[in-house]
Design a protein around this ligand. Sequence first.
Ligand SMILES: *Cc1c(COP(=O)(O)O)cnc(C)c1O
Length: 434
Amino acid sequence: MSNFYYQDGTLMVEGLSARDVAQAHGTPAYVYSAQALREGLGTIQKAFAAIDPLVCFSVKSCPNLSVLKLLVDHGAGLDVVSGGELRRALQAGAPPEKIVFAGVGKSREELTLAIQQGVLMFNVESTAELERINEISGGLGRKVQLALRVNPDVADETTHAKTSTGGRETKFGIPLHHAEKIIADGGFEHVDICGLHVHLGSPLSEASPYLLAIEALEQMEQRLAAAGREIRYINVGGGYPVSYASPGQSFRPVLEIGQAIAERLQGFRARGKKFVVEPGRSVVANAGLLLCQVEYMKQGWDHKIAIVNAGMNTLIRPTLYGAFHLMWPAQHDGFTGDWEAVARLPAQGLEKVDVVGPICETGDYLALGRSLPAMKSGDLLAVFSCGAYGMSMASNYNSHGRPAEVLVDGSEMRLIRRREVYEDLVAFEVDLLK
Ligand SMILES: *Cc1c(COP(=O)(O)O)cnc(C)c1O
């Protein structure tokens, strides 16, 4: 966690203290480290160096325009799943030929916009979608590139049921044998089916599901080649893991998995294929934290409760996925940021608390039964590894404005999304009051 560290017991984000960020922009706030974002992208590029892929950052994990621009400026392409994300990608300066467009429900408007803008390719999820793209593409006098998203029926036991996407029971992709038949039969005049795509889930903690899926793709690609149907692109999706419990070691898992996948893709490489990867979480999760403040400490029947000003409306992962996020007060005298030591600490000096938000739901918590140093009203609490699927899944539930987003680069900070105010909450409502 070199960009988030404790100095004399004070949490620092690069060259600034978390306290300074909170004083400048209030809480709750998502705070990103520019250096960590660059390192996150660099790690993916390094992990997959052996196959030199186009790295398309998954916009849905962290769609802030400034974050996208920073990544695009460092060579990233972008993976989008809606017209809104496509427009963000273009506004952030991504060249269309480095944008891939996925998602099971692309509308006519979204497809038309993407074809007109000239995206690299679509990842197609059904025959009905293929027919629709063929029709729109023909109408516009184009021939668009696309990859079929194959459902390889590779179930992954290591991820949460809500984030596993490679199994036969999910809504994703086209069953393997069916995809093969579509390509073998041909017959769609206005599209060029040039790629095979898989995305198995998020996060996957082992390489084996990828390796199984790649093996299935390779057999299929070779059968198709023998029948005279050439595939040029292999896209292995995203879902590469990060360490949530120990942010300091965040890059080890993705390096190991990436290298194993790249190794398994060497056969494709030898036959001249090009590659796309679509990492989201592994680039940004450990580049952001959520800074919040304790409103009240309270004693329940038999447990202590810390009520903070961020809840499931701010960070839904704990209650939606049972996700673990490391958290710690931003000021803890004597603390050096040694998380391994924290894990070994005897519970003395710490107290078990439920860390909950202001929302009127029992499921509104950031952590249950967590051992933390004693806190009091007004203390700042940092929730780590929140860069991915944090702000992007935040809501206005209970009519709270969504938090600010701040980007720290060295000893400078920039507000990259202002905190929402009441006027934002009601801006779209039709006025029947007059
Ligand atoms: C969500 C998604 C990704 C990114 O997943 P991460 O776990 O954030 O890396 C990549 N590809 C597709 C098609 C996705 O839906």
